[in-house]
Design a protein around this ligand. Structure first.
Ligand code: AHG
Ligand code: MN
Ligand code: MN
Length: 355
């Protein structure tokens, strides 16, 4: 049976671009090599290797850095940094961009990444991943400037993610369809397993951390309430699925349809997820798969970031479902002030039988 490897696929796609130099294929190959190394480490985690747990450091996001976060960041930064295909690397784990110096033969691409997504799930053997995004250097001259590092979402030339789950999958788009590859661990090769992925126009699953309900706006609460009501004619109630690893929740949404949401709330005024390392790459992928990504008010891909670690609210998935979320968020809710329930102290007398 004809099996297409990831590099063969990328080369075929790049050949469709007039004037292609092969540099993009070479960059994708390096990303693939780094993902195989991280996959090996993730799958060994817990067996002898001291790769689980915390480093004791706090990153620029104010989050505790796990050993695998650091390992993944170092692996991708080192391999991509010496690939002679990029002139800069930005990472969720690095406060400042890595600029490739002239003596290291910098290339024409900018590489952005969330090296290890789903860190809170590392030690409990739940799917985790890597998310990446590739832009072209657009500023004149050899220096890398903010013009290169803060590009509008739709300026991406490619985006993808790796899921280190029950199998290791590599999903990417360079604007010509979304394609999934599964790692054959025996051969150490990614083979095409999900060609031309398209997301259903409407789904029946919603994905959100309902533990934050109390800190959402009323309009957000109304939308979730709506999805829970029983109405077969409109495919409701939706099922709730929430893994807590964006890459895994996104991958399920991409394949089955529905909507993933990480809204803004009173704690995270701009939401929790990062534009450059999570929302923009996944927004580029979902668009090519026939879906949508929004902040709840505007398209993710229309955003021009003002700083590298900018956060945005994220609504991503089937077009019908994201459109509906935007409608709910734009419909001012009747702010019925509900009396907050008096929290139980646990000292209450048990209700008498007949009580
Ligand atoms: P990261 O591990 O790269 O910091 O990303 C974690 C993100 C994302 O993976 C997930 O969707 C979200 O955090 C979960 O947040 P909550 O635990 O607040 O639900
Ligand atoms: Mn992440
Ligand atoms: Mn991360």
């Amino acid at each position: 049976m004809e099996r297409t490897t990831l590099v063969q696929h990328v080369r075929q796609q790049e050949r469709m671009n007039p004037g292609a130099t092969g540099e993009f294929t070479s960059l994708m190959n390096e990303i693939m090599v780094a993902s195989k190394i991280v996959s090996l480490e993730v799958n060994k985690a817990g067996i002898g290797e001291d790769i689980l747990g915390l480093t004791g450091k706090i990153n620029v996001q104010g989050e505790e850095v796990q050993k695998l976060d650091e390992f993944a960041d170092m692996t991708f930064t080192k391999i991509i940094g010496q690939s002679e295909t990029v002139c800069a690397i930005t990472s969720e784990e690095l406060e400042y961009p890595v600029i490739i110096p002239p003596d290291r033969n910098p290339g024409k691409y900018i590489f952005m990444m969330d090296p290890l997504d789903g860190s809170s799930n590392i030690d409990v053997n739940v799917g985790i991943g890597t998310i990446f995004s590739i832009y072209r250097k657009i500023s004149k001259g050899i220096k890398v400037t903010d013009e290169d590092l803060l590009q509008r979402g739709d300026q991406q030339i490619a985006a993808g993610y790796v899921i280190y789950g029950s199998s290791t999958m590599f999903v990417y788009t360079s604007g010509k369809g979304v394609h999934g590859f599964t790692l054959d661990p025996a051969l150490g090769e990614f083979f095409l397993s999900h060609p031309n992925i398209k997301i259903p126009k409407q789904g029946s699953t919603y994905s959100i951390n309902e533990g934050n309900t109390e800190i959402w706006c009323e309009e957000q609460k109304n939308f979730i309430q709506y999805l829970k009501e029983k109405d077969p004619a409109t495919n409701r109630p939706y099922r709730l699925r929430y893994i807590g690893t964006l890459v895994s929740d996104f991958h399920r949404t991409l394949l089955k349809g529905g909507i993933f949401m990480y809204p803004r709330d009173t704690t995270n005024k701009n939401g929790k997820l990062r534009f450059a390392f999570e929302a923009a790459p996944l927004g580029f992928i979902i668009k090519d798969a026939g879906g949508r990504a929004s902040t709840g008010e505007k398209n993710i891909l229309d955003i021009v970031p003002t700083e590298i670690h900018q956060r945005v609210p994220l609504y991503i998935g089937s077009t019908h479902d994201v459109d509906l979320a935007e409608k709910y968020l734009a419909t001012p809710s009747l702010h019925v002030e509900k009396k907050p329930a008096t929290p139980l102290t646990g000292k209450e007398k048990p209700a008498t039988q007949e009580g």
